[in-house]
Ligand binder design. Structure first.
Ligand SMILES: [Zn+2]
Length: 88
């Protein structure tokens, strides 16, 4: 059981959507990738998120997801779940 999650995890998951969108600077991307290399937990979250987005984002012809849907999508993934390792 990991009681002490790195603060990095919260940071990373916080900017995960931007990272996937490619909205982060190359430097930040490197930081994130560095963290991912050593943090399986975050890798799982990233993969799950990516796959989910992949499923809902259809190629070219269809319009991008409205922000509303995206937000709900990320909420559905319950990212917080990965951060809250215990109550209290
Ligand atoms: Zn992590």
């Amino acid at each position: 059981m990991t009681e002490h999650m790195h603060g990095n995890c919260a940071n990373l998951l916080g900017s995960l959507s931007e990272y996937i969108d490619g909205a982060l600077s190359p430097e930040l991307c490197q930081e994130i990738e560095k963290h991912l290399a050593g943090c399986e937990n975050c890798r799982v979250v990233l993969n799950t998120t990516k796959r989910t987005i992949d499923l809902v984002q259809s190629p070219a012809e269809q319009p991008l997801l409205p922000e509303d849907v995206r937000e709900r999508l990320f909420k559905r993934l319950n990212l917080d779940d990965y951060l809250n390792t215990g109550s209290g």
